[in-house]
Write a protein that binds this ligand. Sequence first.
Ligand SMILES: Cc1cc2nc3c(=O)[nH]c(=O)nc-3n(C[C@H](O)[C@H](O)[C@H](O)COP(=O)(O)OP(=O)(O)OC[C@H]3O[C@@H](n4cnc5c(N)ncnc54)[C@H](O)[C@@H]3O)c2cc1C
Length: 415
Amino acid sequence: MIGADPHIVIVGAGQAGLQAAETLRSEAFEGRITLLGAEPHPPYQRPPLSKAWLTDHLDPEQLTLRDLSVLERKQIDLCTGTSVSAIDVKSQSVLLHDGRALTYSGLVLATGATPRQLPQAQGAGDLVCTLRSRADADVIARRLRNCAQGELPLVVVGGGFIGLEVAASARKLGIAVTILEAASRLLERVLSQDLSDWYARLHADRGTTLIFDARIAEIRKTSDHAAEVRLADGTCIVAGLVVVGIGVTPNDELARNAGIACETGIVVDACGRTSVPNIVAAGDCTVRRLSDGSMLRLESVQNAVEQGRSAASALLGAEKPSLGAPWFWSDQYEMKLQIAGLSRGADTHVLRGDMESHSFSIFHFSESCLVAVDSINAARDHMIARDLIGRRISPTAQQAGDTTFNLAKLRTVLA
Ligand SMILES: Cc1cc2nc3c(=O)[nH]c(=O)nc-3n(C[C@H](O)[C@H](O)[C@H](O)COP(=O)(O)OP(=O)(O)OC[C@H]3O[C@@H](n4cnc5c(N)ncnc54)[C@H](O)[C@@H]3O)c2cc1C
């Protein structure tokens, strides 16, 4: 598939791009690998950016995914600060921002996603931030310090994972926080009502003000250090910083301009193959077409790693789709949420444990089949559930809700 003098170019040096490069080597690919990243840093992990990076003074090395010496040893040519501006599918080449062109025999697109901006915030300048990169997180960390010193509040727009994690980090720093959520509950697209309500209580108990059904009319800067957030109902909130976490748009324009099929993201199959031969894609920039024709978009470390692996294998001609259950985690205060599987379409929700104890799981069933489990501080439930979902083994709803029933037993009984 790759031809003589093979050269695989990877666009995007994030979680998925790095994984693709390393998989090529572990699958014994001996040709050239070039990993191109627009950011100035070597591949790093994003999850700490909304968590410990804002509160705990981590060293940059603690974010780094791979030591440069490891990449050198694996003969992966990393080019940081290098952005690809176009793909020419016919000549099999990519055009770099500085005018240079690189030919490829195989191409991996791992360009990630860009946070959505809030149109009403145009008049607020640098007091309104989104969070995706280390550079964004550094600005937010600096501004949070100003908020703490000047006793200015933080306003978070969007009660999704990133917004809630930033809110928890700011509360740890002693900053007053208001969360503005357009829906009637937190994390509406991903969590059941019970867990949404539990999260709302958690944040409220820790001193955060939550406003639901919030409609933002305007955010404007009133001084060098303060902005005013005005809601449609006339409420005005003063903020030293506004962090907007209202979702992301997949970075698919390179692919779109090159004629590669895109919907909301680059369309890939279970192996990461795009509509163009020798071009695969992985991670947050993709949307996967499932066997029933529906589309699935995941934004998680696990998805980036598994798609990076599958996509690299596909370029080498091997079919290695990711078969396990999707999983995700979020840390807010001392609570670790772990999600295994996909709860969309679930018809039955069963609580295992006690929500007040802050260690419990919610099992989601569709037509009596276990499809997802959300666990709070219940790592064992999560690990077992992931395994059961991946192997399509289902407890009954009654077994799931009975904490004296050993779920792990099902793996041996039914395997
Ligand atoms: C603050 C934050 C917290 C998160 N927390 C969690 C968590 O707790 N758990 C979890 O599972 N997931 C979490 N995620 C999500 C997870 O980090 C992402 O799903 C994952 O990083 C996606 O990897 P990726 O490689 O697809 O994209 P990215 O990591 O975004 O990498 C894409 C890279 O491509 C580069 N790029 C884009 N276009 C070009 C171009 N034209 N030329 C060259 N380079 C280009 C970008 O600059 C970027 O560096 C979090 C994300 C953020 C932002």
